[in-house]
Design a protein around this ligand. Structure first.
Ligand code: KE4
Length: 426
């Protein structure tokens, strides 16, 4: 009997490319039919066939407070009843800017936008406008959204499709983007020694989450900070994913790095479209209409989306919140590693804050090259064994997983019980 998911997937593909509105959702990395989601609550989501899953995707990061948290839903309903959009300034945007600048100390000013891609695209333009230089540096396996200048050996979706750079990006554009190896401080030093005077900015995920989870090795972020300072380049920490997940003040708080610009997204919208670019006042004052770097957006700072973000951040900024969700995430990865060991499967896992990575490799990868050594076929089999048992992991060996405040001991126990069986079948 054809499931509703399969029916909907067939129907969707008639009018939507691959049936999805973002590539990774099509399950091409793991195969099979993606569940069409109907509703979610707390740590769970339900698909069109009424099947319940423990959700470790969390909409790719935003749902840190858990799905449909009453305080967030109530704030959205109240905001929507007042207005869906003005295209004019609102007090809520001022409150959001003040809150972000309090929680992330490197932010002196911030501009709200509607997606992480807009935030990183704007950060690059600001770096170029501020320095008058054209070259930008990124790292292989990192993904910063789909702006032309950043689709050069991007990670995430593009990596999953084995398509290290995208069609439609002019060679002239890609030529201004230099790609280094993540965690390779020596390579960064060599590049700056050679071309430091040309470099407008360096953009990096301070904890990489788009080639699966890869942690910065000691000294890597510090080297980027020192090199950018010495050569007058702008250091951009892309915290769209790590913001409020690695720590309340972002990975920059955890690792003690003060960037010149930061990009945020996901959690700050609580599931609705809010992202931000912010940082040093001297640079942010270059943005229109104050300065010559143009940027704009019809729905930037949308009142309903900002209401969801504010309500989420207020839940996240409470005593013990980060510690609790970090402890749950740690118990998950420790349990998974123990189950794999019990089944004699070559596997490793790690977590930082409420993000985690699982790898069919003996030890967690420290670089893009080591990520590529992971057994992705075995991951795909594991993914489907877990999905069949009601556990929804990220549908790609090159993505991180996410735990919410709504996940607890019961969800971890159910997940480990599913893994106990799954590891014996992969
Ligand atoms: P969006 O344009 O998708 O809102 O954000 C782009 C982006 C920027 N920077 C980082 C560090 C990101 O992780 C992202 C988006 N992350 C992916 C997950 N790998 C979004 C999922 C998707 O593409 O559907």
């Amino acid at each position: 009997m054809t499931s509703r998911n399969e029916e909907l997937f067939q129907r969707a593909q008639r009018h939507i490319p691959a049936g999805v509105n973002s590539p990774v959702r099509a399950f091409r990395a793991v195969g099979g039919t993606p569940p069409f989601c109907e509703r979610a609550s707390g740590a769970h989501l339900w698909d069109a066939d009424g099947k319940r899953y423990i959700d470790y995707l969390g909409s790719w990061g935003p749902m840190l407070a858990g799905h449909t948290h009453p305080a967030v839903v109530e704030a959205v309903q109240a905001a929507a009843a007042r207005a869906l959009s003005f295209g004019a300034p609102t007090e809520a945007e001022v409150e959001m800017a003040e809150l972000l600048c309090r929680l992330v100390p490197s932010l002196e000013m911030v501009r709200l936008v509607s997606s992480g891609t807009e935030a990183t695209m704007t950060a690059l333009r600001l770096a170029r406008g501020h320095t008058g230089r054209s070259v930008v540096v990124k790292f292989e396996g990192c993904y910063h959204g789909h702006a032309d200048a950043l689709l050069v050996k991007a990670g995430s979706g593009a990596l999953t499709f084995g398509n290290p750079s995208s069609a439609g990006v002019p060679a002239e554009t890609a030529a201004h983007t230099l790609v280094l190896d993540y965690n390779d401080a020596a390579g960064a030093r060599a590049l700056f020694a050679q071309r430091g005077a040309e470099i407008a900015g360096v953009i990096v995920e301070p904890v990489a989450g788009n080639m699966n989870l890869v942690l910065p090795v000691p000294g890597f972020l510090e080297a980027l900070r020192e090199l950018c300072t010495r050569h007058g380049a702008v250091l951009i920490l892309d915290e769209v994913m790590t913001g409020f997940r690695v720590a309340l003040g972002g990975a920059q708080a955890r690792f003690g790095i003060r960037p010149d610009l930061t990009t945020l997204g996901k959690v700050i919208g609580g599931g609705l479209p809010v992202a931000a670019v912010g940082g040093r006042r001297e640079i942010m004052q270059k943005i229109a209409p104050l300065g010559p770097v143009y940027q704009a957006g019809t729905l930037s700072g949308n009142p309903v989306a900002v209401a969801a973000g504010l309500a989420t951040l207020k839940l996240v900024d409470t005593p013990g919140f980060q510690e609790r969700v970090e402890a749950t995430t740690r118990s998950l990865v420790e349990g998974l590693a123990a189950e794999a060991k019990g089944a004699g499967v070559t596997f490793s896992a790690q977590s930082i804050g409420s993000m985690f990575g699982v790898y069919f490799r003996a030890t967690p990868p420290k670089s893009f090259a080591e990520v590529m050594q992971c057994d992705r076929e075995r991951f795909s089999r594991f993914f489907h064994e877990m999905l069949a048992r009601g556990v929804y992991l990220a549908p790609s060996a090159y993505e991180a997983g996410f735990v919410s405040a709504a996940h607890g001991a019961r969800e971890v126990e159910e997940t480990l019980a599913a893994a106990r069986e799954a590891f014996r079948r992969v």
